[in-house]
Design a protein around this ligand. Structure first.
Ligand code: SME
Length: 160
């Protein structure tokens, strides 16, 4: 049994250090990428307060395809360069979006979403997936969240 706990008042750098340890423990030695993405999506959904969608889109034949997630059913395929996820995948750069309504081409999978953080997962110089976090609160994510999720993306590059 896994029972990770993340007190709400924990400073973000400590929170992400512990999240990374939990993600490492969940995925170490497991070669199945889908199983690892599923457990990480669940971990993110449990650990991150004020989120309504946490999960993965995978790069498949030049477009993003829905992967394991925690949240409401979502759009399945996202072309590169489209929306927040497609922009992160095409540019290889994390997208920190305090207000999705101002992001050109944002794809509204859930009308409640107000802010978003999307980090690419890169292996051998290629984007292989993105980690997508959505929140119903405006400006839910900041640069500390970005640093933490980018560190998670680095850890997962060889595990998904
Ligand atoms: N909002 C995303 C699409 C994915 S859903 O949020 C799960 C986007 O614009 O890329």
């Amino acid at each position: 049994m896994f029972d990770f706990r993340f007190p709400a008042d924990m400073p973000k750098p400590q929170f992400y250090a512990e999240l990374l340890q939990a993600a490492d423990a969940l995925t170490a030695g497991e070669p199945d990428g889908v199983a690892n993405m599923a457990n990480i999506a669940s971990l993110l959904g449990e650990a991150l307060a004020d989120t309504n969608w946490c999960g993965f889109y995978r790069m498949v034949d030049g477009e993003l395809v829905l992967g394991p997630f925690c949240g409401r059913p979502a759009c399945i395929r996202i072309p590169l360069g489209t929306g927040v996820c497609g922009t992160a995948a095409q540019s290889g750069a994390t997208q920190l979006v305090p207000d999705v309504h101002t992001f050109p081409g944002h794809i509204a999978c859930d009308a409640e979403t107000r802010s978003e953080l999307v980090a690419p997962v890169t292996r051998d110089g290629e984007v292989i997936a993105v980690i997508d976090l959505d929140s119903p609160l405006p400006a839910r994510f900041d640069t500390e969240d970005q640093a933490g999720i980018e560190a998670l993306a680095t850890l997962l590059a060889s595990r998904i």
